[in-house]
Design a protein around this ligand. Structure first.
Ligand SMILES: *[C@@H]1O[C@H](CO)[C@@H](O)[C@H](O)[C@H]1NC(C)=O
Ligand SMILES: *[C@@H]1O[C@H](CO)[C@@H](O)[C@H](O)[C@H]1NC(C)=O
Length: 431
């Protein structure tokens, strides 16, 4: 009797197991079938089951065929490995502060500028609480040395493995069979698609937009150190001077944002008008997204990532103008950012390059910038009781702008889309 019951139980358990196995198998077969059958390229993010619609092929782009990403050279492979290395200075700063704002500094090859930026960062109050990621477009010893010398916070270097600067005779660099300038590809039998103005790609020019997009994708979705980061990430460039109060101000702005400006997607360290140092009012300002010291969170990144096609197909080589003209307008409403009335970051250029703009222009000459840090810029200078002044209908690039070109080659479009899919499972298009 007892053994009979036992075997019945065993039997039932066996049947349950069998049905679980069968259902799982069926599920797998069904998924495989769907993957095979479905021509639409689906991606499932690795970290959630959310299906991004951005990479789904829409009819307008169904002629597009995904090709393999460029063949990597030795340097490219090495750099990709380096990207896995842990941050430096873990001995000095073993822990990041809870709720820290990660800082990403993206650079190319201007060591004189980078030195100034790094010096300014070393004075930032609270910098030791966070992780600084330096994203390099190209591989340059002098740039590396500066970053390796940083001792004021955790620092991690990453290198764009498909930067045109590290491919000297093949795509994404220049390859011998590429068309140049205004070549006729049929007559010259060269490779490439001209942009809307008839010009062929220039690797030096396309590298910036590629780098920015690659960096966004790896920082939010790829890197061990940041892919789970739930807060904001601040993005700055190699020609942005950062004031000592930048980090504390930014912490306050991001904390105030949900309440003070529910329509704001981001917080900015500087006005969107890069020549302005702010109004000096006792008010916060909500205005259009700026490109100097902008910080946003993962929710906003997901929104941007969903617009990969808009970003990658728009014939404009500047990432920021691409965002203003296509990506932000596609969000379906004004895209504001919140900032303080005094700037906490300044964009600088080479002295004497912009004549006639007066002395207020920030510039660098022989490695020295003419930017004075006043007492009021040394500590947090935002008051959480201030109201918000909204700047509506600002001028500048917006929906309808057709782009400056420089981004007409389908190989660049494809590489860009590949970056969007790097950290998302995707099956190949089956026809
Ligand atoms: C390209 O770079 C590789 C290694 O980086 C080097 O060996 C080769 O000589 C370079 N070729 C040209 C054409 O500069
Ligand atoms: C991220 O920021 C957006 C825009 O400010 C906000 O709507 C959203 O709730 C934030 N997400 C999280 C997870 O805090």
């Amino acid at each position: 009797m007892a053994s009979n019951k036992k075997s019945r139980i065993k039997d039932a358990a066996f049947r349950r197991m069998l049905s679980v196995v069968l259902i799982t198998l069926l599920g797998v077969v069904l998924i495989l079938f769907l993957l095979q059958k479905n021509r639409v390229s689906h991606i499932v993010t690795r970290y959630s089951n959310e299906i991004d619609q951005n990479i789904e092929l829409t009819n307008t782009h169904s002629q597009f065929r995904r090709k393999l990403i460029p063949k990597q050279n030795e340097l490219s492979i090495l750099l990709e490995k380096k990207n896995q290395w842990p941050p430096r200075n873990l001995d000095l700063f073993p822990k990041l502060a809870k709720d820290h704002i990660t800082i990403v500094l993206y650079v190319h090859n201007r060591p004189q500028y980078l030195r100034v930026v790094v010096d300014s960062l070393s004075q930032v109050v609270g910098i030791g609480e966070t992780l600084l990621i330096v994203s390099h477009d190209g591989y340059f010893e002098e740039m590396n040395k500066i970053v390796e010398g940083i001792r004021f916070c955790q620092v991690k270097q990453i290198f764009a493995p498909y930067s045109p600067h590290i491919f000297n005779n093949s795509f994404p660099g220049v390859s011998p069979t590429d068309c140049k300038d205004r070549d006729d590809s049929v007559k010259k039998r060269c490779k490439g698609n001209p942009d809307q103005y008839g010009n062929h790609r220039s690797p030096k020019i396309v590298s910036l937009k590629h780098h920015w997009w690659w960096m966004m994708n790896i920082v939010w979705d790829g890197l061990e150190e940041t892919r789970q980061h739930s807060g904001h990430i601040l993005f700055i460039e190699e020609d942005h001077f950062i004031f000592p109060n930048a980090y504390r101000n930014l912490q306050l702005l991001t904390a105030l944002k949900p309440k003070k400006c529910p329509n704001c997607y981001a917080a900015n360290l500087a006005p969107s008008d890069v020549k302005s140092r702010g109004e000096g009012w006792e008010k916060l300002i909500a205005e259009k997204m700026g490109n100097v010291g902008y910080a946003f969170n993962r929710t906003v990144w997901r929104k941007i990532h969903r617009k990969a096609r808009e970003f990658c197909f728009f014939d404009e080589y500047n990432w920021d103008i691409t965002m203003w003209a296509t990506v932000y307008p596609s969000f379906g409403g004004p895209v504001y950012t919140l900032r303080g009335p005094r700037t906490s970051a300044v964009h600088f250029g080479k002295c004497g390059l912009h004549q006639g703009q007066g002395e207020s222009v920030s510039c660098i000459d022989k490695g020295v910038v003419n930017i004075q840090v006043e007492e009021i810029d040394k500590t947090g200078n935002i008051n959480s009781n201030w109201g918000v002044q909204v700047f509506e209908h600002q001028t500048g690039y917006q929906a309808g702008f057709r782009g400056w070109g420089g981004w007409g080659d389908t190989r660049d479009h494809e590489l860009c889309l590949e970056f969007a899919g790097m950290y998302h499972f995707r099956h190949k298009i089956s026809s």
